[in-house]
Design a protein around this ligand. Sequence first.
Ligand SMILES: Nc1nc2c(ncn2[C@@H]2O[C@H](COP(=O)(O)OP(=O)(O)OP(=O)(O)O)[C@@H](O)[C@H]2O)c(=O)[nH]1
Ligand SMILES: [Mg+2]
Length: 229
Amino acid sequence: MGLLISKLWSMFGNEEHKLVMVGLDNAGKTTILYQFLMNEVVHTSPTIGSNVEEVVWRNIHFLVWDLGGQQSLRAAWSTYYTNTEFIIMVIDSTDRERLAVTREELYRMLQHEDLSKASLLVYANKQDLKGSLSAAEISRQLDLTSIKKHQWHIQACCALTGEGLYQGLEWIYKTKRKKRKTPVFPGICEKYVLCFFIMRRNIHKCLEILQTKKFILYEKQNKLFFFFF
Ligand SMILES: Nc1nc2c(ncn2[C@@H]2O[C@H](COP(=O)(O)OP(=O)(O)OP(=O)(O)O)[C@@H](O)[C@H]2O)c(=O)[nH]1
Ligand SMILES: [Mg+2]
């Protein structure tokens, strides 16, 4: 019974997903966290340890851990990795000198077994500042295309205005939905829509829906069932 309830709960998108936000000190992690939470810029001081907040996006609940990025704190990042589904790496796009350090930290992280299934979102932050590197240039310098075992995406952003931040969350949302094994709520809706069209024998509309969806078709007691993903 408990299992059934938790399955139904997850189908309606109320489960919580763990996300860790890393990056060198001064990259803008805490500023991003509070933009997500309050839609405003807060005054920050360097994070010692971590901040954690629940962020809700499109009815998905994310538990976001913002980890301090100073050199002495980075060794402790791995203690937060268990059950992490998404890594957000924040980069100060003007900090050209330390991009090599970021790169080292990034590949060290990706090798950690607790993150073997995690997807990676890179925020190329501080795009408002003169001389900032573009997301494409950062991607090139970090050699992101060499990452094959993790899904990844890079997003240019500015934590002060919020520009680009939600596009990043949107990528996380879509990636999350693709990873999902249980059918999601819109899939169930589609099933009923489809049954409606079948009943009205609107075969063209039916085919249109089926072409855009992943599904398993099975038969039980002389009835056809569509199981959407
Ligand atoms: N111009 C500009 N400044 C930013 C942006 N994002 C953050 N900052 C500033 O960068 C400074 C550091 O931001 P934080 O969010 O504290 O950085 P952090 O990554 O949390 O740093 P640690 O906690 O030390 O790891 C603050 O003064 C922010 O106001 C941005 O997009 N543009
Ligand atoms: Mg911070």
